[in-house]
Each structure stands twice: as structure tokens, then as C-alpha cells.
Design a protein around this ligand. Structure first.
Ligand code: GDP
Length: 327
């Protein structure tokens, strides 16, 4: 496959090319990694940006229902929407919580929508990095909105927040008065908390839960990237498609304020910088793991360290020296 043609196809909005490009950036094969790097370089020249919206929530809270309703609303307005996922379970077991095909049936058939399940990789960090590349591909393909879904388990949420402009936390109405054990750290990275299932019998519970979270959000330290009165908590019903316009309006307001106040560009720059550091770090670690000579030296030195005939720091220094010398 000619990489220049692939890049041109993606930028021209060709679906098949888009799917192929994402398959390429998700691949771990060494030759594919080289091609992927070339492709991503060519795609960067498009200069296109999408609004990246991260969405997290525990299984059953209504993520797929929300994405389907919200995505249908956006495509109904003529916007092009891509849906990607970072699924930590695909890293652990090769199976997937987020990937089953019956989800988002309507949206998957909507013109202007593109849905891609989570890449399956052996490590969560790998899943997240490949999704980040897929976001870049979707931006170059001219999508207006890229939704990145993840399951609410600590680290994957932080990773998704790191690649999003807006991070939404989806919660279910609480039974009692507990704040559902949502970790403070997750609340601190949320740009908006949405209490889903605010319909039927659950409506008043949803409103109470929403008020609780609105109160909790007010107690958090104010972040520079938020205008007065943000982050907010809202109730929605993904099933009955209620409150979704309000969510979109609020996102629009936040984005506008952040753009006007320099936060949008600053955050994107910071994200790109930390992504770069991450890639370099991972690359260096991969060299340690993949180089058979270094591996042999590690085994040998580890044995000496274990016997107590060599100091740990001296042994480590020998390996680092090899890396500095290039192998
Ligand atoms: P996910 O695991 O987070 O993707 O959750 P799903 O979207 O698969 O939804 C889990 C269950 O909650 C399904 O039975 C949905 O029909 C239901 N559900 C989702 N959204 C709503 C909602 O707004 N109201 C109500 N009452 N049920 C909902």
C-alpha cells in the first residue's frame, strides 16, 4: 500500500481508506509502525481539528445509549461524528466490554458517523496510544466531533481525558445519598458530570444525585481552564433523548470560553508534549525489551546483583551506558 495514497484517501474522506489507516496505526508490527509514522506525518499536514470529547462511566450506566442518541443528534445537525474507544478489558483478556457489534445500531448506519471498537493490545498504555493515533486519523479525515469512550476504571479515564478537549463523566442516579464512590481524582478531571436515566421512576433520584454532584463540584479547587460556575452537573435521559441539546450547548460555551482565553491551545500543546514524552519513554523501554544483546546483558547482570557480587546502581549504569552508546 502506497502511504501517500492512503493519506490522500483519508483526507478526501474515503471510508475504506479511513478504516485501513486506523488498522495500520493500531498495528504493532515493526514495518507497520514505520508506515504508520509516515502516514501520521502526512496527515498532520491537513491541519484539521475536531472537537474531541471523552466519555467515561461504569458498565450499564448508559454510555452506548448516550453516544447513540447524542451522535444521532449531532449527525442530524449535519456534523460528522467518529466514535472510538479505549477499553481496558481488551488489554487484560483480549475480550472487550465496549466492542460488541450490536451497540449503537442506529448510529452505525447514520451517514456522517463512523464507529470503531477499541484496539486490542496487551497493555492499556498500548490501547490508549493507538487510540490517540486513531483520533489524529479521524481529525485529518474531517470529522467534526470525535467521541472517545472508556469504562470507568481509574487509569483509562485519565488516559482518555489526556486526549480529549472535553471530558464527560456519565453516572447513574444513586439509590441513597452516597456519592457512588466516584473518586475525587476523576471528578477533578471531569468537565461535566451527566446523571443519566433521568426518566420515569428514576427521575427524582437523578435530580437529587445531580444536586449532590453539583454541590461536590463547587467544593473542588477551581481550575484555570473553567469559567465561573463550571464544571457543571446536568441530568440527561439518553433513552428518551432528553437534555442532550443542553449538554451540547454547555460544551459549546466551555469551548468558546477556553478558545477565547487561550486555554484551548495551551491544553492541546500540553497534551501533544506529554504524548511525545510518553512515546519516547515507551520507545526506550521497547528497545530494552527487544534488543537480545541488552536482554542477555540484563540477565547476566541481574544474576551478579542477585549474588551480591555487583552493586545495583553499577549494574544499572552498565545497561544505561549501552543504551547511550546505541546498543
Ligand atoms: P453502557 O454499558 O454504559 O454502554 O450502557 P448501555 O448504553 O448499554 O445501557 C445499559 C442499560 O441502561 C440498557 O438496558 C439501557 O437501555 C439502559 N439505559 C441507558 N440509558 C438509559 C436512560 O436514559 N434511561 C433509562 N431508563 N435506561 C437507560
Amino acid at each position: 500500500m502506497n502511504i501517500t495514497e492512503l493519506a490522500e484517501g483519508v483526507i478526501a474522506g474515503d471510508r475504506r481508506m479511513l478504516a485501513r489507516a486506523i488498522t495500520l496505526v493500531e498495528s504493532r508490527r515493526k514495518d507497520h509502525r514505520r508506515d504508520a509514522a509516515e502516514l501520521l506525518g502526512l496527515l498532520a499536514a491537513s491541519g484539521r481539528q475536531a472537537l474531541r470529547i471523552g466519555l467515561s462511566g461504569t458498565p450499564g450506566v448508559g454510555k452506548s445509549t448516550f453516544i447513540e442518541s447524542f451522535g444521532m443528534m449531532l449527525t442530524g445537525q449535519g456534523l460528522r461524528v467518529a466514535v472510538l474507544a479505549v477499553d481496558p478489558s481488551s488489554a487484560r483478556s483480549g475480550g472487550s466490554i465496549l466492542g460488541d457489534k450490536t451497540r449503537m445500531d442506529r448510529l452505525s448506519r447514520a451517514p456522517g458517523a463512523f464507529i470503531r471498537p477499541s484496539p486490542s493490545q496487551s497493555q492499556l498504555g498500548g490501547v490508549a496510544r493507538r487510540t490517540r493515533d486513531a483520533v489524529t486519523v479521524c481529525e485529518a479525515a474531517g470529522f467534526d466531533v470525535v467521541l472517545i469512550e472508556t469504562v470507568g476504571v481509574g487509569q483509562s479515564e485519565t488516559m482518555v481525558a489526556q486526549m480529549s478537549d472535553i471530558f464527560l463523566l456519565l453516572l447513574a442516579p444513586a439509590g441513597g445519598d452516597e456519592l457512588q464512590g466516584v473518586k475525587r481524582g476523576i471528578m477533578e478531571i471531569a468537565d461535566m458530570i451527566l446523571i443519566n436515566k433521568a426518566d420515569g421512576e428514576l427521575k427524582s433520584a437523578a435530580q437529587r444525585t445531580c444536586a449532590d454532584y453539583a454541590g461536590a463540584l463547587r467544593l473542588l479547587r477551581k481550575r484555570p481552564q473553567d469559567p465561573e460556575g463550571y464544571p457543571r452537573a446536568l441530568t440527561v435521559s439518553a433513552m428518551e433523548e432528553r437534555g442532550l441539546n443542553e449538554v451540547w450547548d454547555q460544551i459549546g460555551r466551555l469551548v468558546e470560553w477556553r478558545r477565547a482565553n487561550g486555554h484551548w491551545d495551551r491544553t492541546r500543546r500540553q497534551q501533544a508534549t506529554s504524548w511525545f514524552h510518553d512515546e519516547v519513554r515507551v520507545g526506550v523501554l521497547a528497545r530494552l525489551d527487544e534488543d537480545p544483546q541488552i536482554q542477555a546483558a540484563m540477565t547476566d547482570l541481574a544474576e551478579q546483583v542477585g549474588r551480591g557480587t555487583l552493586a545495583v546502581s553499577a549494574a544499572a549504569e552498565r545497561i544505561l551506558d549501552r543504551l547511550r552508546r546505541g546498543g
